[in-house]
Design a protein around this ligand. Sequence first.
Ligand code: BDR
Ligand code: CA
Length: 321
Amino acid sequence: MTTPLVIDTDTAQDDCVALLVGLLDPAADLRAITMVAGNVGFDQQVRNAFVTLSAAGRLGEVPVHLGCRRPLVRPWVSAENVHGDGSGGLSMDASGLEPEPEHAVDALVRLAAENPGELSIVAIGPLTNIAAALAKDPGFARNVGSLYVMGGSNNGRGNITAAAEFNFYVDPEAAKAVFAAGFDVTVVPWDPLTLRQAVFDQERLDVIAALGTPLSDFFGRVCAATLEFDRRVGIDGTTHPDSLTAAVLLHPELVRRSARYHVDVETAGELTRGYSAMSWGVHGLAANATVIEEIDSEGFFALLVEVLSRRTVPTREITGL
Ligand code: BDR
Ligand code: CA
């Protein structure tokens, strides 16, 4: 049985890896890719998504919809200092390649309404498109089967500030609206989960490089800039929160421990913009989200190795690969 899903992405680095999971894991039925403002320039993110589709050998098979080009109320904040262009300088002749004419928010609303309760959304960028879909269709949260969100930290460190993780920091108003909307939502946080269990150290990176497939080369290229940044800030490897989010939807057996929390997001704080307050049941607040606390890290790595082992032939030649 496959899981019908949409990936809502600010495509750069691990977003590319998450797309590979959605495109190549036999458990996935990827219905669409929706783009949202986040990591790097919007048009570059779209190029990165198309290059990733090509690397997977699936260019032209999955629709790409362009969504919100900036957060709901604030100016866009970039993570280009972390990700560079987000695809390690890979490029491709994009002539004749067009995103869908339908806006990402309309596509999300439509796809969820077509089969109420069946569609999963993996949201691995700022939550702007998801919040806009809520504003557009009051039935949206009800129609979405499950929403998997990469964002926030579970009473831990941020990455863009001491308090905040990037996706929630960029559009805190959107994140707040999403947690208030009544989705069946599961959260993959940055700290501690990603930092403890979804970092690939040199030993794991060597295993991937040794695969010698076009996809293992692709992985090395798209992760290179972030690896350099991570090492500068004391993280011993590449970080994979986005691909982990796709993986736990498709393979729930990877989750070793999760708990129900009340999650809310700070929009007013002077030092804490985008901070995710995750309350664990003792503060009188009703739970609105499942937060993943521990995964089978080896199993997750094995899944990515399996995906990257596939001998795909790029649909269009990728310069630099
Ligand atoms: C998140 O921010 C982005 O830089 C990554 O793609 C991930 O979604 C981690 O904070
Ligand atoms: Ca992302």
